[in-house]
Design a protein around this ligand. Structure first.
Ligand SMILES: [Zn+2]
Length: 251
């Protein structure tokens, strides 16, 4: 299995071990600094830590960590030129599988400017992007995200993440890859399975988004095993468990 969105820096070695033993071979760790950012250097340190330290830490427990770096909307800060230089360099050196997670949270001017700059960088370099949608005001923020994506980048490079039953109709016909996040307070296994049942299996990837917030490192295997118990076709389960993510991110 592939867990397509985690925050490895906030989690323990024990979590990595549990995930690996439960059948997760690969996870994608995204950028998000959950504390106040004093300056640009703090975010750069955060990125370097994920890239250089957490990947090694998780591999010691069997878990292959792929990396997405970018400026999370709640980490929008100025100046950010050095960060953009670093992101461009890591894209060029193929150190990251996507820019992420990026997106919008409260629709501030700063967030919008930084999101746009990241979409443009992704478009120029044909890099994939993992786009966060917020817990609050989700549908309205998603509509702004969509309009910015359509004017900036090919939707086939885009994951719209944390989609749920209230937002699925907004994204289902637009060539995006759609991320479902099974996490306490966000979505349970049943809701994810209801969405697959209603909308098919081709466009979806699955993740736990384990972070400093309430999280379940086993939410991907729990969802996949529940699909097996319910008798879903093997081919469809495999799309959700790993095949769609493997293809999209070239893993
Ligand atoms: Zn996240």
């Amino acid at each position: 299995m592939i867990d397509t969105h985690i925050h490895a820096d906030t989690r323990s070695s024990e979590d990595f071990e549990k995930m690996f033993v439960s059948g997760i071979d690969t996870a994608i760790s995204c950028c998000y600094y959950p504390y106040k950012l004093a300056n640009e250097s703090v975010l750069i340190n955060h990125m370097m830590r994920i890239l250089n330290f957490d990947a090694k830490r998780s591999s010691e427990y069997g878990l292959n960590l792929k990396i997405a770096l970018g400026i999370h909307p709640t980490n929008s800060l100025k100046p950010n030129d050095k960060i953009f230089e670093i992101l461009a360099r890591f894209i060029e050196k193929k150190k990251i599988v996507a820019l992420g997670e990026i997106g919008l949270e409260k629709l501030t001017n700063e967030e919008i400017a930084i999101f746009k700059k990241q979409l443009d960088l992704a478009d120029e370099t044909k890099t994939k992007v993992i786009i966060h949608t917020p817990r609050e005001n989700k549908l309205n923020v998603l509509k702004v995200i969509k309009s910015m994506v359509f004017e900036s980048i090919d939707p086939k490079l885009v994951v719209i993440d944390h989609i749920n039953q209230t937002t699925i109709n907004e994204v289902v016909d637009d060539n995006f890859i759609i991320g479902l996040t099974v996490q306490p307070q966000k979505m349970d296994v049943e809701e994810a399975i209801t969405i697959f049942t209603g909308y098919g299996f081709n466009d979806f990837i699955l993740n736990s988004d384990i972070s400093n917030k309430p999280s379940d490192p086993l939410s991907v295997p729990k969802t996949i095993r529940t699909m097996e118990k319910l008798g879903f076709k093997k081919k469809n389960i495999e799309k959700i468990a790993f095949a769609n993510a493997k293809k999209f991110f070239n893993l």
